[in-house]
Design a protein around this ligand. Sequence first.
Ligand SMILES: C[S@@+](CC[C@H](N)C(=O)[O-])C[C@H]1O[C@@H](n2cnc3c(N)ncnc32)[C@H](O)[C@@H]1O
Length: 759
Amino acid sequence: MPPKKAFKKGCRKNDKSNYERRPAWQEHTPANQNFEAYYKAQNILSPEEWDEFMKFAKELLPTSFRITGNKSTAKDLNEHIKKTYIPILSEAKLDGVQLAPPRQLEWYPDGLAWQLNLTKTQIRKSPEFKRFQNFLVYENEAGNISRQEAVSMIPPLLLKLEPHHSAVDMCAAPGSKTAQLLEALHADPAKEPTGLVVANDSDNKRAYLLVHQTSRLPSPNIMVTNTDATSFPNIYATDETTGSRKKFLFDRVLCDVPCTGDGTVRKNLEIWSHWTANNGNGLHSLQLRILNRGIQILKPGGRLVYSTCSMNPIENEAVIATALKENPDMTLVDAAQELPQLKRKEGIKDWKVNTSRDAIEFGDREALLAAATDERERSRIQDKLPKSMWPPTKEDADALNLERCLRVYSHQQDTGSFFIAVLEKKATEEVVKETKPTETEIETETTEGQVKRPVSPSAQSERPQKRVKKDEPTAEKGKVKPDSTFREDPFSYMEENDDEVKGMVDYYKFHESFPKHNLLVRNPNQQAGRTIYLTSNLVRNILHSSDYTRLRLISSGVKLFVKQDNQKAYAEEEKEGENRCKWRVTNESVNFVKKYLPKESILSGTADDLRSFVEHYHPVISSIGGEDGKLRDILQNVKSGSHIVEFSLDNGENGLSQPVYVPLWKSKTSVSMMVDKKERSALSLRLFGEDVSEAGRKQAEAQKKREEKMKTAIESGQQHWPGHEKPVETPDESSAEQTAQPSETPAPEATETPQPKVE
Ligand SMILES: C[S@@+](CC[C@H](N)C(=O)[O-])C[C@H]1O[C@@H](n2cnc3c(N)ncnc32)[C@H](O)[C@@H]1O
């Protein structure tokens, strides 16, 4: 039977080379002659440094993670790692050899990012590190930490997003940088930000992954869109003071473009065997078009960060130099001092372009065109090797300050390699108009708001392009073709005087400031179905003035309430004259909802109470808590339905100095904590030092059974683990612990909130 197709992780879409017919366990040799020949010729590093770089490039990448910065618990969690884990890990030994404890990334603000440089086998074999890894997995799943490659954390930091800024992440999936942007937007937990984050990706499946990923950091200020960034539609917003419709530009734009990813060879080993110089050539035009569109939707005075995880100048400086020449209102910013501890190299000002299809051969474009024997060959050169790939003159390169680009290499601080350029747009509109008269008008809008595909003058081939990529708009000027691939339910806002809205305001006793006007539903008639979302004012102003179908908006805001249809219980209580509310507060919205509640509407509980909720999904009220029993008594008497409890849990060691708020659902005789099982486990681990949840107990039992089976198998002389084909001690470390790693992109089913008990 032929081996299964394995999908190669990476950025490039629709690339057939992504599907490889090779067994998943086959090793990729970390070497590629063309890769070495190409980069040595590019002179990106001195020969000595290149050797040093290659030494690191061939080693596996250390694990890195960062604490979710905006959570009020971020500092606590960091202290918890420092005080509880580091002392133990600093003593940990394996076979008598000291293991290196995790270390903080010195360049990351507030020391909130860490790096761990041990193999999976070392972690598995060391009880201390295994426990630490367990903690990381849980906290990752609860959204309190994020596993992310260290160098990938740089671009959002250099974007310098503030809570009043609006930002668009043009190529956002799977969303690790979007998460950082959301954290920056909500940097002050005491204040609602006025800004916005639009997370966009052209790949439909990956865009839905973004919806899941961003829900880990619930925000009313988020919009997730699924468009081609090269033709990102114009956005309009209603001006709150004048009521007029205005074109909306972004304060911040992140272009983390699709790339060859050769800076990630330490993680994506298959790149070693797939790498060719032509891969970079093939992406150059797309990268340039994305950057140019990003520049167009950037506000004067705004900041744009362009980044790739590739070292190839064709994907990097060539794109930046061309965009700067085409947009004289843009300048490269010297951003090195914004992260002073980050080791980096300057951008390069001269490079070579590979012009051969198969080998490495550097050539001159004009000479190639002159030597072309027929029109076909000439067209091929014009198409595949646009002028924009070649370096500018020395004077131009100096004038553009290409040295201000940031190149980060693996050997500099034991990371992956990355390229970052920080650009700013001059502040006045006049400058923009004056300096851009020759630029091709890249976007033509018809009266109906149709967008034509943007074309960058330099990236555009000299002959008409016939081949149009599938996911790019192909509509002719003046005609509007409905987008049949877009099938999202409509977005509409509820009326403030809607009976459902009045009912929930009455039930929860919301303050006057509760934003009733920002309650979003997914149907055209403004009626609440199963879910009510909360968005910010700015999102509402945009949705009032922009066409969500053109934006291909797939989600927005935070899931505030879900309908709890427990008709039987309602009927009984309605008989008793209770004011019922079938809208249940979700775990992701609890921190928003609590801001609009009077103090007396929030119940308070102790660690003992919380233990009851963690241990059982639906504890009966009489069994809740310990001796004190205050919450138990309150719960006996409050109405059935949704409630919020504040738990103050600080014992000086558990890193929970801030109160934890959770939503409860009270049924007639029992109460359920509406928190998904991963978050229960994380909370339990931090509070009680073990996972006392039902899921945790089951997992521990299963593990115990596995270990017993294994012991019996070993004692009875069996060579293999029962149910496994491989021996216990496999030389391939990469397989066994893979599932225990905290995932950078957790699967949508990773979270699971219990259903309230129907009694
Ligand atoms: C380098 S990855 C982005 C990684 C992401 N910024 C992060 O940090 O998690 C590039 C992304 O660009 C998307 N992409 C490719 N072509 C695109 C286009 N024309 N418009 C928008 N997104 C595109 C891919 O689907 C992929 O998710």
